[in-house]
Structure formats: C-alpha cells, structure tokens
Write a protein that binds this ligand. Structure first.
Ligand SMILES: [Zn+2]
Ligand SMILES: [Zn+2]
Length: 125
C-alpha cells in the first residue's frame, strides 16, 4: 500500500499530490516493465523471474518545476547482482532530484523555493 502525499506552498500556492510507495499492481511484472518504459535489461531479468520492487519516491523535476513521484525499480538478476532503474520525469523525461530524506517537511518548492511540507492525505493501492 502506498501513501498519498499532499502539500501546498505558502509562498506561491503551488499544490501537489504524490502517490508514493507502492500499490497492488506494483507486484506485476507488467507494471514494472511499463514503469521502466520497456527497459530491455529489466525485461530479460523478468523473463527469468527476477525479484523486483517498485519504489515511488518524492522527487523534484527542476525542468518542469514540479514535484513528481519518482518511479524507481530495484531488481536482481539470477547472478545475484542488484540493479536499479531510476525514475525520470513523466512529463519531460528528464532526471529527477529524489528527496534524500524520509522526512517530507521543508522540501524546497519547485516553483518559488519556499519550504513546503508534504503530509500524508491517505493511502492508495
Ligand atoms: Zn512555491
Ligand atoms: Zn520534468
């Protein structure tokens, strides 16, 4: 089950809603493939029933000036080596700045830079 995070910037009024964590469909290899945009290495690993996990993390796209739930995929090949596919911005395809802390308070607003607190507004699955 994932967490829905919500927050509004007191400086500029920018409002964001993020689906973080993971949902029920995230156990399906099809979901992982879709999220990875059909990454061929992941596809090969999934064919061998590789272990995987989708982890949606709070992130910022500095290009689109918005908060994004980065869709990271962690998976393991048969050889035991762990791999990670880092999520990109769904709008521009660019790299995301994943918020490094578990705390979702005081994240700089992607529009004006004021600290924004994202709070749990519910769950999703
Ligand atoms: Zn702002
Ligand atoms: Zn973007």
């Amino acid at each position: 089950m994932g967490t829905i995070l919500q927050g509004t910037c007191s400086g500029c009024g920018y409002h964001a809603e993020l689906y973080t964590g993971g949902g029920q469909q995230d156990c399906n290899p099809e979901t992982a493939l879709k999220v990875s945009r059909n990454n061929p290495q992941l596809a090969a690993a999934l064919k061998e029933n590789a272990w995987f996990r989708i982890d949606r993390r709070t992130a910022i796209c500095n290009h689109c000036h918005k908060f994004v739930a980065a869709e990271n995929i962690i998976y393991q090949h048969r050889d035991g080596r762990g791999r990670k596919i880092t999520g990109v911005c769904p709008d521009c395809g660019g790299p995301l700045l994943v918020w490094p802390s578990e705390s979702t308070e005081g994240i700089p607003c992607p529009v004006c830079g004021q600290p924004v607190s994202l709070t749990a507004a519910g769950v999703w699955d």
